[in-house]
Write a protein that binds this ligand. Structure first.
Ligand code: GLN
Length: 188
């Protein structure tokens, strides 16, 4: 199995390190051809504006949309959720639209308001230490989207729509690899 990581900027090395520790091969995806050699794709946290521009520039954007629509498993974190959402309520920024959720970019405020919260995730016995860095807030989700975790205010922070995982926090910044494992297990 080979897992791609959108390779322009953001938490690339951290996801690679987690997957390598699970003995999973990784591949940095930068072109539409790269999509043909992977079994699943991580959209890392970082800057969605930058990733969007890079993908638009070389045609990866349309190719990725097509691949997701034909069931490529996706693990989107933070900026990745912004990229996939149906709409962004506080920005004109375009989004791929495959994840039926409305988000607010930097919903908790600027960098200064980044925080860590121990959260309960459906199906996990122990809480998960969730790191939020200029995270989006998910304002609403469609009926086919499952909410698997919420923050203390009740906002969805882990959503799943069939083969698309959406996390507004950064699981790659902790030693806890349970969410990566969960993603990998759905691909087997
Ligand atoms: N605020 C960033 C964006 O909208 C996301 C931040 C992150 O991925 N940690 O692109």
């Amino acid at each position: 199995m080979k897992i791609g990581i959108l390779g322009f900027q953001g938490s690339i090395e951290e996801h690679e390190a987690t997957l390598h520790s699970l003995e999973i091969e990784t591949y940095r995806v930068k072109t539409k051809e790269d999509l043909n050699v992977i079994d699943g794709l991580i959209l890392p946290g970082g800057e969605s504006t930058h990733m969007l521009m890079a993908m638009k520039f070389n045609g990866l954007y349309d190719a990725l949309k097509e691949k997701i629509n034909s069931n490529l498993p996706i693990f989107a974190t933070c900026a990745g959720v912004v990229l996939l959402s149906r709409s962004i309520e506080n920005s004109e920024q375009e989004s791929i639209g495959v994840l039926d959720a409305v988000v607010s970019r930097n919903g908790y405020g600027p960098q200064y308001f980044s925080f860590i919260e121990e959260v309960k995730i459906e199906g996990f016995k122990k809480e998960f230490r969730a790191v939020f860095i200029r995270a989006p807030i998910v304002r609403s989700v469609g009926t086919q989207v499952k909410v698997l975790a919420r923050d203390k205010m009740g906002n969805p922070i882990f959503i799943k729509q069939n083969h698309i995982f959406g996390l507004t926090f950064h699981p790659e910044l902790t030693k806890d690899d349970r969410l990566h494992k969960l993603f990998i297990e759905t691909i087997h």
